[in-house]
Design a protein around this ligand. Structure first.
Ligand SMILES: [Zn+2]
Ligand SMILES: [Zn+2]
Length: 142
């Protein structure tokens, strides 16, 4: 008789603990569900923020490109790049460490120091700028 009672109380205890485990499990499941929803919402917000960011980035890139284009046009359409020039445009002497390249600020071509040792005040510059002999002559005439 006692043995059966012990067994019954043991089983009852087990059932109780199983019940509480089951309740805990349900609570955890609910919590997980809430977390999942929150995670999904956060993910959505992140995606939206990301989309806005990349949109802003695109707009910024476009603006920068436009600005760069506008600047290039303003500076000089025929600006010769340093690496494109191997010799002075005027006297055709080749450039070296001793004979440095100089840009004429008016025509944009590259000259040696001897052919571009004049400076003139050009519109858009506060200080007199280096020009080649040909440009210097033209500026003096006008
Ligand atoms: Zn020269
Ligand atoms: Zn020039």
């Amino acid at each position: 008789m006692m043995r059966d009672r012990d067994k019954i109380s043991m089983l009852t205890q087990e059932v109780e603990s199983l019940k509480s485990i089951g309740q805990k499990y349900l609570a955890l499941q609910e919590e997980q569900h809430t977390l999942k929803t929150q995670y999904n919402e956060a993910q959505k917000t992140l995606e939206e923020v990301g989309a806005t960011l990349s949109e802003n980035k695109l707009q910024l890139a476009e603006l920068l490109e436009k600005e760069a284009k506008a600047q290039t046009v303003e500076e000089s359409p025929t600006w010769t790049h340093d690496k494109d020039a191997t010799a002075c445009t005027a006297c055709a002497k080749e450039f070296s460490i001793a004979r440095r390249k100089h840009h004429c600020r008016r025509c944009g071509h590259i000259f040696c120091a001897a052919c571009s040792d004049k400076t003139v005040a050009l519109a858009g510059n506060t200080k007199p700028v280096r020009v080649c002999d040909a440009c210097y002559a033209e500026v003096r005439l006008t």
